[in-house]
Design a protein around this ligand. Structure first.
Ligand SMILES: Cc1cc2nc3c(=O)[nH]c(=O)nc-3n(C[C@H](O)[C@H](O)[C@H](O)COP(=O)(O)O)c2cc1C
Length: 159
């Protein structure tokens, strides 16, 4: 297993956070929650309203919601596991904010998602463009529950 792992997650309603915490526990990694400067309200998350904040952001590929707080020292980590909920088939734009906020050169990035049913789809390949080409970008997986047995098996494969 790799030694210095950071598990960084964005979670609007707690599902991805619970999975990410379980991943961090099982790999001995540090945990960082990607918290928006402006936290999403339930009205913001309403996908039935085309004028809701999430709908507007997801319709705008250049949207980069601001993040409150920073990873203390990204240079400490050689592997970053990034978790996010699927929004409209891809990762929320704030994940792009996160990827564009640090230098990931030479690091391994391992994405995972939670969703209401969609698989990881093109969400991880769509993100790959946000980091430098020397990042070892692993294929993303969907992990919807903090199932430690499944998580340990997956970590043994990817780390
Ligand atoms: C704005 C929005 C869009 C979503 N779009 C999808 C989708 O396209 N496919 C899907 O399976 N789930 C979709 N979901 C459901 C979330 O991916 C799912 O509930 C996720 O586990 C929530 O994680 P969280 O609690 O960490 O925020 C969407 C949720 C929101 C709020």
């Amino acid at each position: 297993m790799a030694k210095n792992v950071l598990v960084a997650v964005f979670s609007a309603s707690g599902v991805t956070k619970r999975v990410g915490e379980e991943i961090a526990r099982n790999c001995g990694g540090d945990f960082f929650e990607i918290i928006p400067e402006e936290v999403y309200t339930s009205a913001d998350l309403n996908w039935n309203n085309s004028s809701s904040r999430s709908s507007i952001e997801m319709n705008d590929p250049s949207a980069r919601p601001a993040i409150a707080g920073k990873v203390a020292d990204m240079a400490d980590y050689d592997t970053v596991i990034i978790g996010f909920p699927i929004w409209w088939g891809i990762a929320p734009r704030i994940i792009e904010t996160f990827l564009e906020s640090y230098d990931f050169s030479g690091k391994t990035i391992i994405p995972f998602c939670t969703s209401g049913g969609s698989g990881v789809g093109r969400s991880d390949t769509a993100l790959h463009k946000n980091v430098s080409s020397d990042v070892n970008w692993k294929k993303g997986v969907q992990i919807n529950r903090p199932d430690s047995k499944r998580i340990r098996k997956w970590l043994a494969e990817v780390l």
